[in-house]
Design a protein around this ligand. Structure first.
Ligand SMILES: [Zn+2]
Length: 340
């Protein structure tokens, strides 16, 4: 199957009432772990690369590994998404490379740290939407800022999304998906206690979904930071400062109210590192780097298998035929909002 657009994946998820996990990748083993899980659970999936991932792996390595994934698993719909594009140039370069979806994170300036004004956010996002939709490519925007820091992205300050402003933002930019700030953070240390209604503002999601029923809501920083994985990592020699993550029940509640894309990066990283540490702890005579590669793949796969079931995406891979970028471009021109 060719890489599909994120718009189509999310429209289908909305029609089916489930959420789609977006897993971050940097290397071959992560891609393989995700795809093995998608195949076994029959899940459509979003694979995303940050700017850090693109510079780590190299644009062409990353893109061609994703093409190999699509060729190897022809029955699995996969969207390739640019995570946290810091400028129109980053998004345009991803589209030229072959990404089927981009995030223009105009909540922050080009340095990915300084918050941008609402008007400047609208301007840069609209610029990317015009360029992307002409080519059939999906655009995710962001309003409000998350806590924490990941791959150098983050102001460190949480600024919750204002639902009325979200409505104006989507009307003026035409984004397909909107990342909202409801109190989550990037990284392994999100909360110092199990988050409740005072920490996670789920009512913001409900309000935005009422105002914008055709816009797909995105939850960033939505790793659950599983305690058993953190324990295994520590038992195998890791010294990691991990707190509480986002409970699966909060993600599921979000999905009931219009959340369609759920970003999960930290959980994969923690599981990979735990499994690699355990492998060399338990097999000190192994000096084959494939030991690390296999352990990494298994760690990523374990997280993906769980999330694919928990988000309801399992079993939906065969629901639809992929639409081409040309067909999607024609839909945008004709003003049709949903591809499902
Ligand atoms: Zn994010």
């Amino acid at each position: 199957m060719p890489l599909v657009t994120m718009r189509q994946l999310l429209d289908e998820a909305a029609a089916g009432g489930y959420g789609v996990a977006a897993f971050n990748v940097n290397n071959l083993e992560q891609i393989q772990g995700i795809m093995e899980a998608a195949q076994e659970t029959r899940s459509p999936v979003i694979v995303q690369a940050s700017r850090g991932a693109r510079s780590y792996a190299g644009d062409h390595f990353l893109y061609h590994m994703m093409l190999a994934a699509a060729e190897t698993y022809p029955d699995i719909p996969v969207a390739l998404h640019q995570d946290h594009g810091n400028s129109p140039e980053t998004c345009i370069s991803a589209i030229e490379l072959g990404f089927t979806s981009v995030m223009m994170d105009g909540s922050l300036g080009e340095d990915a740290k300084t918050p941008l004004s609402f008007e400047d956010n609208v301007a840069v996002t609209k610029q990317v939407v015009d360029y992307a939709h002409e080519r059939g490519v999906t655009v995710e925007g962001e309003l409000g800022t998350l806590g924490g820091m990941e791959d150098g992205v983050g102001s460190g300050e949480i600024c919750l999304t204002d639902p009325a402003q979200a409505e104006e933002f989507v009307e003026r930019t035409g984004v397909d998906a909107l990342a909202v700030a409801i109190g989550t953070s990037h990284g392994a240390y999100k909360f110092s206690r199990e988050p409740d209604g005072e920490i996670l503002a789920m009512e913001i999601i409900e309000d935005i979904h009422r105002r914008l029923p055709d816009t797909h809501i995105v939850m960033h920083g939505s790793s659950s930071v599983p305690a058993d994985i953190v324990e295994r990592l520590k038992a195998a020699g890791g010294e990691v400062d991990a707190g509480f993550g986002v409970p699966i029940s909060a993600i599921q509640r979000g999905i009931e109210h219009g959340v369609r894309k759920v970003n999960i990066d930290t959980d994969g990283r923690l599981a990979i590192t735990a499994f690699v540490r355990e492998h060399y702890r338990d097999n000190p005579d192994d000096w084959d780097p494939r030991g690390a590669g296999k352990a990494a793949r298994a760690g990523q796969k374990l997280i993906c298998m769980q999330r694919m079931q928990e988000l309801g995406m399992a079993g939906h891979a065969g629901d639809y035929e992929p639409m081409s970028l040309e067909e999607m471009a024609a839909r945008y021109t004709s003003g049709v909002r949903s591809a499902a």
